[in-house]
Design a protein around this ligand. Structure first.
Ligand code: BGC
Length: 516
């Protein structure tokens, strides 16, 4: 067994599938598991190693599935457990691994645990599953990530904590029963054969004892300020033993099961604590996604990434897009920082330059695919899809939009269904009916997969070429060295094995004369 086989997650290219927008087999306008299964062949031909599926478990869909009401069943919107088994078997027969999304910080308010807690009343052991408190006013000043207070009051007077929507009550991870329940959930899916998990918001699971006020909520809002002490709802030390236990469970199964934490913890030296050898296998390197795309910033981030993750023997991951941020083909087409990126862009905002954005995004992806480590791709970026930036308010579904009265448009713009076949119907082949839970912008027809397949120089073929090169040269397990003689204020160049990558961060045309 070679090293690649041994440590697949150290070098893997993992493709994020957002199930409701990938492919829709039953034509109801919402993507589903049979739709995914039917298109796995096209992912194999893209050249990826694994897929990560955003949540498809039972859910009222108040936060597009990140509000789970049954962790061990498939939501009928997406199919059945049998459909999932077929998807998994098909993926495995194609040599693709499958990671699924686990959402442990909160459940849906329609989960049995929460319904029982509400029914059982104050002081009951059922309420110990969540964070309930008495009081005439919210128990502290915490804010929801989606806007507004992080507390909602029940008719019986008690408040419950939710760092996200009020339909997503936070679990109490101090309660051993919660811990045991999640160990069973892990086993349920591992027994079914999944290759691992992407773990949602693991840094939110621990809460400081006594749930004290956020010391600086005016400045930090719902978030944190880098370099300052941990706020009481993020990064609590108490969570690490939980992940060690999970790691041991994963390791008790054959076949290198792995977990990637969505640990939004900075600086990277702090994030690296989450990928010590007995905790997560990977975390998303959001510093990379957040960094302004300049030679200076990207160089600093890459150096910090190798230093921080290298110090604990973990690989770095690299990520440029996902279902929570503005697609990088649009983000790079204007002056859109991360704050704006995660809040989306609406019809009344300055609009990105699509052509420039795509050129820059493709260059950024090629630059990134040469790096050693593991890379996450988000569905549609291989087509060069832009963000839907002119989505009208009546279509908005992200809870952020409603909770801020439209002040933040939210993340719907990066979640629009994929165009597979140009001009077959209104949804560009997302299904047979043309229905689509979010309307595609007219431009999507021009990015459809069938227009790019086999067309030299298309975004799709460029991704395929780069992914094939990455595999051929085993770059994921490679070495990294700056090619100092070629680097400048606007150019970064590095070597990985026999590959030399040169990236010009400016828009001027440049040529290089190489010795060999
Ligand atoms: C997920 C989001 C989700 C949030 C709450 C995130 O980090 O990626 O899509 O809204 O967690 O579960």
């Amino acid at each position: 067994m070679g090293q690649t086989q041994l440590d697949w997650w150290r070098s893997a290219v993992i493709y994020q599938i957002y199930p409701r927008s990938f492919a829709d087999a039953n034509g109801d306008g919402i993507g589903d598991l049979p739709g995914i299964t039917s298109r796995l062949g096209s992912l194999k031909s893209l050249g990826i190693d694994a897929v990560w599926l955003s949540p498809f478990m039972r859910s009222p869909q108040k936060d597009a599935g990140y509000d789970v009401s049954d962790y061990c069943d498939v939501d009928p919107l997406f199919g059945t457990l049998d459909d999932f088994d077929r998807l998994l078997a098909t993926a495995h027969s194609l040599g693709l691994r499958v990671l699924i999304d686990l959402v442990p910080n909160h459940t849906s308010d329609q989960h049995e645990w929460f319904k029982r807690a509400v029914a059982a009343g104050p002081g009951s052991p059922e309420r110990e599953f969540y964070h309930f408190r008495d009081g005439d006013a919210p128990p502290n000043n915490w804010q929801s990530m989606f806007g507004g207070p992080a507390w909602t009051q029940l008719p019986d007077g008690q408040w419950y904590c939710h760092l996200f929507d009020s339909s997503q009550p936070d679990l109490n991870w101090e309660n051993p029963k919660v811990q045991e329940a999640f160990e069973d959930i892990l086993r349920f899916w591992l027994d079914r054969g999944v290759d691992g998990f992407r773990v949602d918001q693991p840094h939110a699971m621990g809460k400081a004892k006594g749930l004290p006020d956020h010391p600086d909520v005016e400045r930090a809002g719902a978030g944190f300020i880098e370099g300052e002490p941990s706020p009481p709802m993020w990064f609590q030390e108490s969570v690490h033993p939980i992940f060690r236990k999970w790691r041991a469970i994963l390791e008790s199964y054959p076949g290198q099961r792995a977990m990637c934490g969505e640990a939004y913890v900075l600086p990277l030296s702090f994030m690296a604590l989450w990928v010590r050898p007995d905790e997560f296998h990977q975390t998303f390197n959001f510093r990379y996604l957040d960094s302004p795309w300049t030679a200076k910033d990207i160089r600093k981030t890459i150096d910090e990434s190798f230093d921080a993750f290298g110090a604990v023997g973990a690989p770095s991951t690299w990520v440029l897009s996902n279902h929570d941020v503005m697609r990088h083909a649009s983000r790079m087409g204007g002056d859109f920082g991360r704050t704006t990126a995660s809040d989306g862009v609406g019809p009344n905002d300055p609009q990105p330059d699509a052509e420039l954005g795509l050129k820059r995004a493709l260059a950024a992806t090629l630059f990134t695919l040469g790096l050693p480590g593991s890379m996450y791709l988000y569905q549609g970026e291989e087509l060069g899809l832009p963000e839907h930036t002119t989505l009208e308010p009546e279509f908005r579904q992200d809870p952020t939009f409603a909770r801020t009265n439209g002040a933040r448009v939210g993340r719907d713009g990066c979640r629009v269904p994929l165009p597979w076949e140009s001009n077959v119907n209104e949804s560009s082949g997302f299904n047979q009916t043309g229905k689509s839970w979010l309307p595609q912008p007219a431009a999507y027809a021009n990015y459809a997969r069938d227009l790019q397949e086999g067309v030299e120089g298309s975004t799709l073929e460029t991704y395929k070429w780069a992914l094939a090169k990455r595999k051929e040269l085993n770059l994921g397990h490679g070495t990294f060295e700056w090619a100092e003689d070629l680097c400048s204020e606007s150019v970064l160049a590095y070597r990985n094995r026999s590959l030399l990558v040169i990236h010009n961060f400016e828009t001027n045309e440049t040529t290089w004369k190489l010795d060999s």
